[in-house]
Design a protein around this ligand. Structure first.
Ligand code: COA
Length: 435
């Protein structure tokens, strides 16, 4: 029988040894934030800064460590980040012009990775090895299996703080080229402060959600507030892209038990988790959480196999015919499409399902209406007018699916902030939307 501990000892190196293997033009792949490898990336960045090394690329999603390749001008041209869904560091670097983003639906990334890319190294942080030689990829189903398929080398960072996900991706020591040990606390999202507007919106949506519904909550304060407003519900289920704090709250208070789902009954299904330590502790060794690849979890046809799917996502602006921008403020890059459209479509195809796009009616201290006559020039249309279902602000709900352009404009103006309704009505009439 193979002595896995001996194999582990043979493959154990330092981050600097890995950095020393890197050659010009290497492409690195990493999965979502909590599975990324800060020690290896920092050693590679250090070597790139202090050598002739150039043309390195890093493909990431939801990058949550303060990577030097997003912040240090000295790495310009030497090491470049490419993000599929940006958090703060990537956003800043992309808008400053020294990082780039790759458009795409999150659901399609495994397919894109297998069809379009070769990786010189896939880097991933994992939980400690089990007695059979396996490491758990913990908080990621996502696209890591596709990256493993397309990587010439696999470097892992073993962190004893990584939870073990029982129903998730595993990697065997025989697949690994080199191991680094780096024990550190996982990054956490700052606790969301729920303001009055988010709570109002959360309560409005909660009224639309029946007992027994299967929920998806997106990124941002409003999906979180909606989650917290569901504590009095019964028999809810979870089939979601991101596993969030409010979902742990709903499971622990008994509102979610997954008993009414048509698929994966009695289990919560997700493709990655990010939030507080409470989530990571909850997932650890928990057979009731399934962390599955994103091409399965976010497939609208899979989502729609559950009845009464309710998806709740945020947005930055919407125009009067219902085109939703959730990725940019004008030309300023903010994030990515993620799985918003997959859940809008999946929920709408599900028997009894509904999709909600929700946001405060104004931004920037009440000076900007998020309901606009037209999308701001440069704004990305994330959810099209043909897919959109319900739009919600603190002033109510607009039901757009199946409604005419004029009816959409009327309903959206009615849930805009009162200070902007006259101007929106004027613009809608000018466009011939209101007759
Ligand atoms: N015009 C100008 N600025 C705007 C704006 C508008 N219409 N709408 C928002 N902003 C500003 C806010 O003031 C805020 O600025 P600040 O960072 O200086 O405070 C910033 O943009 C972020 O807005 P906020 O409403 O707080 O965002 P959020 O944290 O709730 O996230 C999304 C909203 C849309 C960015 C987020 O949900 C996302 O990334 N979505 C992507 C697609 C998706 O839904 N994926 C599916 C789920 S995982």
């Amino acid at each position: 029988m193979t002595d896995y501990k001996a194999l582990y000892a043979q493959k154990l190196v330092t981050p600097e040894i890995i950095a020393g293997m890197v050659q010009d033009g290497w492409v690195f792949g990493m999965d979502t934030g909590t599975s990324q490898t800060p020690a290896i990336m920092s050693a590679v960045a250090e070597r790139a800064k202090n050598s002739e090394l150039k043309g390195l690329k890093v493909h990431t999603l939801l990058d949550i460590y303060p990577y030097e390749f997003y912040a240090d001008e000295a790495l310009k041209g030497k090491m470049t980040g490419y993000s599929w869904f940006s958090s703060a560091g990537a956003r800043k670097a992309i808008n400053a012009g020294y990082a780039d983003f790759i458009p795409g639906y999150y659901r399609d990334l495994p397919r894109h990775i297998r069809a379009e890319y070769e990786y010189d190294a896939f880097c991933v942080e994992v939980s400690p090895m089990d007695s059979h030689g396996y490491f758990s990829l913990a908080l990621n189903g996502s696209y890591c299996e596709a990256m493993m398929d397309k990587a010439k080398r696999i470097f892992i960072e073993v962190n004893e703080k990584q939870p073990r996900c029982l129903c998730g991706t595993q990697i065997h020591i025989s697949q690994v080229d080199a191991i680094v040990e780096y024990n550190h606390e996982l990054p956490v999202l700052p606790p969301v402060v729920l303001d009055e507007t988010s709570i109002t919106i959360g309560n409005i949506i909660a009224e639309q959600i029946p007992d027994g519904a299967c929920i998806q909550l997106g990124i941002g304060a409003i999906p979180d507030a909606t989650g917290m407003a569901l504590k009095a519900k019964h028999d809810l289920g979870i089939h979601t892209e991101m596993f969030t704090d409010s979902m742990v709250e709903l499971i622990e208070c008994g509102a979610v038990n997954n008993s009414k789902k048509q698929i994966h009954r009695n289990k919560s299904v997700t493709t990655f988790a990010y939030g507080s330590k409470r989530i990571y502790d909850f997932i650890n060794d928990n057979p009731a959480v399934e962390m599955l690849p994103v091409d399965y979890v976010n497939d609208p046809a899979v989502i729609a196999r559950n009845n009464n799917v309710i998806s709740i996502n945020a947005a930055l602006e919407v125009d009067l015919i219902g085109q939703v921008c959730a990725e940019s403020v004008g030309t300023k890059h903010m994030s990515g499409s993620g799985g918003q459209i997959d859940y809008v479509r999946g929920a709408c195809q599900s028997k009894g399902g509904k999709s909600f796009i929700a946001f405060a009616s104004t931004a920037k201290g009440g000076t900007i209406s998020k309901i606009k006559p037209t999308l701001t020039p440069g704004a990305v249309c994330t959810t099209s007018k043909n897919d959109v279902d319900y739009i919600v602000t603190e002033y109510g709900i607009a039901h757009l699916r199946g409604r005419s352009a004029g009816e959409r404009a009327r309903q959206l103006i009615a849930i805009a902030h009162p200070d902007f309704r006259d101007e929106l009505t004027f613009e809608a009439k000018k466009r011939g939307l209101l007759v």
